[in-house]
Design a protein around this ligand. Sequence first.
Ligand code: GLA
Length: 729
Amino acid sequence: MKRTIFLAAVLLCNAAAAQTVISTKNTSLVIDAQEGQIPQILYYGTRLSSGDAAALRSAGFGASAAYPVHNDASTSLEALSVRMPDGNLSTDQRVKSVSTESWAGGKLVRVDCADANYPLAVSIFYKSYEAEDVISTWTEIRNGEKKKSVVLTRFDSGCLPIRQGDVWVTSFGGSWAGEVTVNCQPLKTGVRSVFNKDGVRNTQTSHAEVMISLDGKPQELSGRVIGAALCYSGNYELRFETGDTRYSSIHRFFAGIDPSNSNYTLARGETFTTPELAYSFSAEGMSGVSRNFHKWGRKYKLAHGGQVNDILLNSWEGVYFDINEAGMHQMMRDIADMGGELFVMDDGWFGDKYPRKNDETSLGDWVVDRNKLPNGVEDLVAEAAKDGIKFGIWIEPEMTNSRSELFEKHPDWVINAPGRNLVEGRGGTQLVLDLSNPAVQDFVFGVFDGIMTQWPGISYIKWDANMDIPSQGSQYLKNQEHLYIEYHRGLARVLDRIRSKYPDVAVQACASGGGRVNWGILPWFDEFWTSDNTDALQRVFIQWNTSYFFPAEAMAAHIGASPNHTTGREIPLKFRIDVAMSARLGLELQPSAMSAEEKALCKSAIADYKKVREIVQLGDLYRIVSPYDGKGLCTKIYTTGSKDRAVFFWYRTEYFHGEPVAASLFAGLDPERGYRVTELNRVGAALPFEGKVFSGRFLMEQGLDIPSGNNAPGPHRDFGSHVLYLTAE
Ligand code: GLA
C-alpha cells in the first residue's frame, strides 16, 4: 500500500517534469517519457544538476527514441521489429506510465508503453547501480493477444543515442589462443556491427562489450568514455548506426540477442525479457570505465565476487591426457611444496567402454577410468587433503562424442539439423547436447551433482565447452528458430539448480580458453580461463584487453612452460611469473620438469603474491603504458580503494638497443602520501630506489627510471620485468 502511494507521487512528479533523471555517483541518464509520446533518451554522461538537466534541450541536446521500433516514422535501424498475427509489420509504442522505485543499490525506472491498435506492450527498464556508476537497461515485450502469436524479428535489449563528434569505438575480436584483440576506429557514416553466432561460446571470436570514446582516440587515464556490455551467454549483435547527417546529429548504439535464424514466436499471453545491457560512463578514460565494471562485476555479478581466488596448478599443459595416479600425486605434492592452494585435474580422467585417451571419445561418459586411476578420484581428494591443498576436476558436461556410450544410448540428444549428416567438431567426433530438452538439462545437472555427491571433498570445477553449433536443429523443439535461445535458457536452468545446491564450490568458466567471458554467464562462475595461450608475451596483450571489462579476480593466468606449447617462444621464468601475478595466479606445466632453482623462484613468487593478491584481485586498475604503443613496454598498477597500498607491473615486451625508455609514471596514488617502494619476486641486484619513499605526487608526475637494457639487472633485455609493491607510510 505504502509503495503504491510512493509510486503515484513519482508518477505525478514525472508528468510535471516530463523528464526522468537517473543518476549515479558521477553520471546521469536523462529520459523523456511523456504519456502518449515515444519514449526518448536526452542525455547520458557526467552527473547533471537538476537545473542543467532541465535546460538540456535549450543547450541543443536533441532527444532520440529510447527503443526505436520498426515503422516509427523513421527509416533508420530499429531495436524492435515484429510480425503481428494479421501480418502487419509495424508497431507503435507510446508511453503509458513511468514509475520509479528504489532497490538496495540504486533506482529502478520502468517505462510502460503500449500499441493503441494491437495488444503488444513494451516495458523499458533502467536500473542504476549508484556506487559503481553503472546504469543498465532491458525490456519486457508482452503479447496480450487472446489467441494468436506475435513473431519478434528483432528484439534488442536497448538503444543509446551518442552525440556526434570525434567518437571512436573500441571493439574486441580474436580467435582460439588469440582472444580479445582490439579494433579501435572512429565512427563513420554507415553501420558497424559486432556479432557472434557461435551458439555456445560467445566470446572467442568477438566480445559483447564496447568502449565508446567521446573525445577522439581513446586514452586510458583521461577523456569521456562510455562502456557498454551486453550480459548474455548466447548469440548477439551490437550495432552502431550513423545515418543521414542532414536529419540526425547522433550515432545510435543497439545491442541485443542476434535474431538471425532466431525469430522468436511470442505465444499469446507470453512475455519475453531481453538480456541486461549495462552502461558505464567515466570522464577518467577507459581505465575509469574498467574500474566501474570491475567493481560492479565483483559486487553484483561474479559468484563469490570480492573473495580472492586460490593459487592453483592445472594438469593440462603438464600431462595433457596422460593422467595417472602416481603422476597426479606428484603434481599435487609439487604445488603444495611451492605454496599453492589447489590442484585441478584436467581432461583425460574418465571413460569406461571408451577411455578418454585423446579428444575423439568419451564426453558424456563421466565415470572414472580405472586403468588410469585404480583407486578412483576419492584417492586423489584424500591425497590432496594430506598435502594440505584443495582438489578440483575438469568436466565438459554440455558435450558428447559420437564415440561415447552416451551417444549410443541417446542419439536424439545432440544438436544437428534434421535429415543432415552429423556435423562433428573437436577430434572429428564432438557434438553439442541439446539443452533445450529437459531430459538433457537433468543429465547435465546430474553430471555436476554426481561428481559432488560421489566426491564431496571437491572444491573446484573447471566447466569447459569446446564446440559451437554448426548445424542448427533440435529433435526436441517444434520450432527450430527457438533453439539458440532455448539452449541458453536450458543452460541457465541447469546452472541455477547447481548454484542453489552447491553455492560454495568454485567453478571456472572455460570454453576452448576464453570463449565464455561475458557478464551474462559469469554470475554462475567464480572465474574464467582467459586463453589456452599461456605464452607470457601474448598474455600481456590478452590480459590487457580482457581487463577492459573483467577484473583480475576472475582472470586465470597460469605460468606455462618454455618453450611455450602454443607459440614455441622461449621466455624466462621471471617474466612468465610476473605476467601471471597480475591476474589470478596459477601454474600450468609439469613441475617435475622444473629445476630446483625454478621451483624456488615459483615458491617465493607465490609467497609474494599472497601478500598482494588482495590488491591485484580486488583493487582498482589503472592501465598506464599500453603494449600497443610501440614502445616495447607495458605498465599498469592496482591500488587499494583507500590508496594505502599498490602493486605496479612493468614489462619490457621488446628491447631495441640505444632507444631511450622514459621514466615510468604511476597512477591512482594519493599525491599527498609517501609510498615506500619494494620490489617483489626480485631476481638479481636491487633497483636503485629499493626501500626508498617517494610522494604519490612525485611518482605520478616524475616517475621512476627503471633500468632497461645495458644497465638492467639480470641477463635478459627482451622480457625484462619488475613488480613493485608500494606501501603508504
Ligand atoms: C580446452 C581448454 C583447455 C583444456 C582442454 C582439455 O581446450 O581450454 O584448458 O581444458 O580443453 O581438453
